[in-house]
Design a protein around this ligand. Structure first.
Ligand code: HPA
Length: 245
Protein backbone atom coordinates (compact mmCIF):
# COMPACT_ATOMS: atom_id res chain seq x y z
CA UNK A 1 0.00 0.00 0.00
CA UNK A 2 1.01 3.57 -0.73
CA UNK A 3 1.13 6.22 1.99
CA UNK A 4 1.29 9.96 1.67
CA UNK A 5 2.97 11.88 4.46
CA UNK A 6 1.62 15.41 4.30
CA UNK A 7 3.71 18.38 5.37
CA UNK A 8 2.82 22.01 6.01
CA UNK A 9 -0.28 22.92 4.00
CA UNK A 10 -1.32 19.31 3.43
CA UNK A 11 -3.01 18.08 6.61
CA UNK A 12 -5.69 16.24 4.68
CA UNK A 13 -6.40 14.92 1.21
CA UNK A 14 -9.59 16.48 -0.13
CA UNK A 15 -10.24 13.64 -2.57
CA UNK A 16 -9.80 10.93 0.06
CA UNK A 17 -12.83 8.81 0.84
CA UNK A 18 -11.98 7.90 4.46
CA UNK A 19 -12.63 4.32 5.54
CA UNK A 20 -10.91 4.32 8.95
CA UNK A 21 -8.69 6.22 11.33
CA UNK A 22 -6.32 4.24 13.49
CA UNK A 23 -4.40 5.26 16.57
CA UNK A 24 -1.29 3.10 16.40
CA UNK A 25 0.91 2.51 19.42
CA UNK A 26 4.54 1.80 18.68
CA UNK A 27 7.62 0.91 20.77
CA UNK A 28 8.80 4.48 20.03
CA UNK A 29 5.78 6.39 21.29
CA UNK A 30 2.88 7.97 19.50
CA UNK A 31 2.84 9.02 15.83
CA UNK A 32 1.98 12.61 14.90
CA UNK A 33 -1.68 11.57 14.81
CA UNK A 34 -3.96 8.71 13.88
CA UNK A 35 -3.25 7.10 10.51
CA UNK A 36 -6.00 7.80 8.03
CA UNK A 37 -6.95 5.04 5.62
CA UNK A 38 -9.17 5.50 2.67
CA UNK A 39 -9.67 5.31 -1.07
CA UNK A 40 -8.80 7.68 -3.84
CA UNK A 41 -10.31 6.64 -7.16
CA UNK A 42 -11.10 3.20 -5.72
CA UNK A 43 -7.51 2.51 -4.54
CA UNK A 44 -6.45 2.06 -0.93
CA UNK A 45 -4.11 4.65 0.48
CA UNK A 46 -2.85 5.73 3.90
CA UNK A 47 -2.28 9.29 4.98
CA UNK A 48 -0.45 10.87 7.91
CA UNK A 49 -0.09 14.56 8.70
CA UNK A 50 3.56 14.89 9.74
CA UNK A 51 3.06 17.95 11.96
CA UNK A 52 -0.20 16.60 13.45
CA UNK A 53 -3.65 17.28 12.08
CA UNK A 54 -3.74 20.66 13.81
CA UNK A 55 -0.15 21.45 12.74
CA UNK A 56 1.25 21.65 16.28
CA UNK A 57 4.53 19.72 16.01
CA UNK A 58 7.67 21.62 14.98
CA UNK A 59 10.13 19.75 12.72
CA UNK A 60 12.46 18.83 15.62
CA UNK A 61 9.52 17.67 17.78
CA UNK A 62 8.14 15.16 15.28
CA UNK A 63 8.48 11.53 16.33
CA UNK A 64 9.80 10.32 12.97
CA UNK A 65 10.47 6.81 14.27
CA UNK A 66 6.98 6.25 15.47
CA UNK A 67 5.48 7.69 12.26
CA UNK A 68 7.49 5.37 10.02
CA UNK A 69 7.04 2.37 12.32
CA UNK A 70 3.27 2.90 12.44
CA UNK A 71 2.97 3.05 8.64
CA UNK A 72 5.17 -0.03 8.25
CA UNK A 73 3.16 -1.95 10.85
CA UNK A 74 -0.03 -1.36 8.82
CA UNK A 75 1.37 -2.76 5.59
CA UNK A 76 2.64 0.40 3.90
CA UNK A 77 5.39 -0.46 1.41
CA UNK A 78 5.86 2.84 -0.37
CA UNK A 79 5.83 6.43 0.88
CA UNK A 80 5.49 9.66 -1.08
CA UNK A 81 6.53 12.31 1.44
CA UNK A 82 5.44 15.87 0.77
CA UNK A 83 7.92 18.40 2.21
CA UNK A 84 7.85 22.18 1.91
CA UNK A 85 11.26 23.66 1.15
CA UNK A 86 13.13 26.83 0.28
CA UNK A 87 14.68 26.99 -3.20
CA UNK A 88 18.42 27.64 -3.23
CA UNK A 89 19.31 27.51 -6.94
CA UNK A 90 17.45 29.30 -9.77
CA UNK A 91 15.99 25.97 -10.95
CA UNK A 92 13.75 26.03 -7.84
CA UNK A 93 11.69 29.25 -7.72
CA UNK A 94 8.81 29.66 -5.26
CA UNK A 95 5.77 27.75 -6.47
CA UNK A 96 7.79 25.02 -8.18
CA UNK A 97 8.04 21.32 -7.34
CA UNK A 98 10.91 18.85 -7.29
CA UNK A 99 11.66 15.18 -6.66
CA UNK A 100 15.20 15.28 -5.21
CA UNK A 101 17.64 12.44 -5.84
CA UNK A 102 20.14 13.26 -3.10
CA UNK A 103 20.23 14.71 0.38
CA UNK A 104 22.62 16.14 2.94
CA UNK A 105 21.68 15.87 6.61
CA UNK A 106 22.48 18.87 8.84
CA UNK A 107 19.98 17.97 11.58
CA UNK A 108 21.15 17.07 15.09
CA UNK A 109 19.77 15.49 18.23
CA UNK A 110 16.91 13.66 16.49
CA UNK A 111 16.21 9.99 17.17
CA UNK A 112 17.35 8.81 13.79
CA UNK A 113 17.63 5.01 13.85
CA UNK A 114 15.71 1.91 14.87
CA UNK A 115 19.02 0.10 15.39
CA UNK A 116 20.02 1.16 18.87
CA UNK A 117 19.70 -0.19 22.38
CA UNK A 118 21.24 -3.17 24.15
CA UNK A 119 19.15 -5.79 22.37
CA UNK A 120 19.79 -4.45 18.83
CA UNK A 121 22.81 -5.58 16.81
CA UNK A 122 24.79 -2.72 15.24
CA UNK A 123 23.35 -2.35 11.72
CA UNK A 124 24.43 -0.07 8.88
CA UNK A 125 22.23 0.63 5.89
CA UNK A 126 23.44 1.57 2.41
CA UNK A 127 22.34 5.16 1.80
CA UNK A 128 24.35 6.00 -1.34
CA UNK A 129 21.08 6.80 -3.08
CA UNK A 130 18.84 7.89 -0.23
CA UNK A 131 15.60 7.86 -2.23
CA UNK A 132 14.02 4.86 -3.89
CA UNK A 133 14.35 5.13 -7.68
CA UNK A 134 11.03 3.38 -8.41
CA UNK A 135 9.16 5.66 -6.00
CA UNK A 136 10.85 8.72 -7.51
CA UNK A 137 9.92 7.66 -11.04
CA UNK A 138 6.37 7.09 -9.89
CA UNK A 139 6.14 10.66 -8.54
CA UNK A 140 7.75 12.15 -11.64
CA UNK A 141 5.48 10.32 -14.07
CA UNK A 142 2.39 11.06 -11.94
CA UNK A 143 3.28 14.76 -12.23
CA UNK A 144 3.70 14.36 -15.98
CA UNK A 145 0.28 12.68 -16.26
CA UNK A 146 -1.24 15.46 -14.16
CA UNK A 147 0.30 18.09 -16.45
CA UNK A 148 2.27 19.58 -13.56
CA UNK A 149 5.88 20.69 -14.06
CA UNK A 150 8.35 19.09 -11.65
CA UNK A 151 12.16 19.18 -11.48
CA UNK A 152 13.26 15.53 -11.59
CA UNK A 153 16.27 15.84 -9.29
CA UNK A 154 18.14 18.02 -6.83
CA UNK A 155 19.85 17.76 -3.49
CA UNK A 156 17.76 18.27 -0.36
CA UNK A 157 19.54 19.89 2.60
CA UNK A 158 17.82 18.89 5.86
CA UNK A 159 18.29 21.60 8.49
CA UNK A 160 17.30 21.54 12.14
CA UNK A 161 14.92 24.50 12.31
CA UNK A 162 12.52 25.64 13.44
CA UNK A 163 14.15 28.96 12.55
CA UNK A 164 14.96 29.63 8.92
CA UNK A 165 18.60 29.82 7.82
CA UNK A 166 20.98 32.76 7.70
CA UNK A 167 22.26 33.93 4.32
CA UNK A 168 25.72 32.57 5.16
CA UNK A 169 24.24 29.19 6.04
CA UNK A 170 22.47 29.02 2.69
CA UNK A 171 25.76 30.09 1.00
CA UNK A 172 27.35 27.08 2.66
CA UNK A 173 24.51 24.74 1.65
CA UNK A 174 24.92 25.94 -1.92
CA UNK A 175 28.70 25.39 -1.83
CA UNK A 176 27.97 21.91 -0.51
CA UNK A 177 25.84 21.27 -3.60
CA UNK A 178 22.37 21.51 -2.07
CA UNK A 179 19.62 22.90 -4.33
CA UNK A 180 16.66 22.97 -1.89
CA UNK A 181 16.45 23.25 1.90
CA UNK A 182 13.84 21.95 4.33
CA UNK A 183 13.54 20.80 7.93
CA UNK A 184 11.68 17.48 7.81
CA UNK A 185 13.40 15.31 5.18
CA UNK A 186 15.62 13.61 7.76
CA UNK A 187 15.66 11.23 9.55
CA UNK A 188 12.43 10.23 7.79
CA UNK A 189 14.21 8.97 4.64
CA UNK A 190 16.78 6.91 6.57
CA UNK A 191 14.17 5.35 8.85
CA UNK A 192 12.10 4.25 5.84
CA UNK A 193 15.23 2.66 4.36
CA UNK A 194 15.97 0.88 7.64
CA UNK A 195 12.58 -0.83 7.42
CA UNK A 196 13.01 -1.62 3.71
CA UNK A 197 10.27 0.75 2.56
CA UNK A 198 10.32 2.62 -0.75
CA UNK A 199 10.49 6.35 -0.06
CA UNK A 200 10.57 9.47 -2.24
CA UNK A 201 10.04 13.18 -1.54
CA UNK A 202 7.80 15.58 -3.42
CA UNK A 203 9.39 18.90 -2.48
CA UNK A 204 7.15 21.96 -2.59
CA UNK A 205 9.16 25.17 -2.97
CA UNK A 206 7.34 27.86 -1.00
CA UNK A 207 10.05 30.53 -0.86
CA UNK A 208 13.50 31.30 -2.13
CA UNK A 209 16.00 30.35 0.58
CA UNK A 210 17.51 33.10 2.74
CA UNK A 211 19.42 35.69 0.71
CA UNK A 212 18.21 34.32 -2.67
CA UNK A 213 16.15 36.24 -5.24
CA UNK A 214 12.92 37.66 -3.67
CA UNK A 215 14.27 36.68 -0.23
CA UNK A 216 17.39 38.85 -0.65
CA UNK A 217 16.17 41.24 2.04
CA UNK A 218 14.49 38.63 4.27
CA UNK A 219 11.80 35.98 3.97
CA UNK A 220 8.28 37.43 4.01
CA UNK A 221 6.56 34.76 6.10
CA UNK A 222 3.12 36.40 5.77
CA UNK A 223 3.26 35.79 2.03
CA UNK A 224 4.04 32.09 2.21
CA UNK A 225 0.47 30.97 2.96
CA UNK A 226 -0.77 31.91 -0.50
CA UNK A 227 2.12 30.15 -2.29
CA UNK A 228 1.66 27.03 -0.12
CA UNK A 229 -2.03 26.89 -0.93
CA UNK A 230 -1.52 27.39 -4.68
CA UNK A 231 1.28 24.87 -4.91
CA UNK A 232 -0.48 22.25 -2.78
CA UNK A 233 -3.33 22.22 -5.28
CA UNK A 234 -0.75 20.95 -7.80
CA UNK A 235 0.40 18.33 -5.30
CA UNK A 236 -3.19 17.11 -4.95
CA UNK A 237 -3.35 16.58 -8.73
CA UNK A 238 -0.14 14.54 -8.55
CA UNK A 239 -1.43 12.45 -5.64
CA UNK A 240 -4.59 11.62 -7.59
CA UNK A 241 -2.41 10.26 -10.43
CA UNK A 242 -0.03 8.49 -8.03
CA UNK A 243 -2.82 6.40 -6.63
CA UNK A 244 -3.79 5.20 -10.12
CA UNK A 245 -0.42 3.49 -10.45
N1 HPA B 1 14.39 26.71 4.85
C1 HPA B 1 14.12 25.58 5.54
N2 HPA B 1 12.93 24.99 5.52
C2 HPA B 1 11.97 25.55 4.77
C3 HPA B 1 12.19 26.72 4.03
C4 HPA B 1 13.46 27.34 4.08
O1 HPA B 1 13.73 28.37 3.44
N3 HPA B 1 11.02 27.01 3.40
C5 HPA B 1 10.14 26.03 3.76
N4 HPA B 1 10.71 25.15 4.58
Amino acid sequence: MLAIIGGSGLTQLANLEITSRQIVRTPYGEPSGPLTFGRVGGRDIAFLARHGYAHTLAPHEINYRSNIWALHSRGVKCIAAVCTVGGITPAHPAGSLAVPDQLIDYTWGRRSTFFEGAEQPVTHIDFTNPYDETAREMCISAARDAGVAIVPGGTYAATQGPRLETRAEVDRLERDGATIVGMTGMPEAALARELGMQYAVIAVVVNSAAGRRESAGGIQLEELGKVIEETMSKVRLIVAKLVER
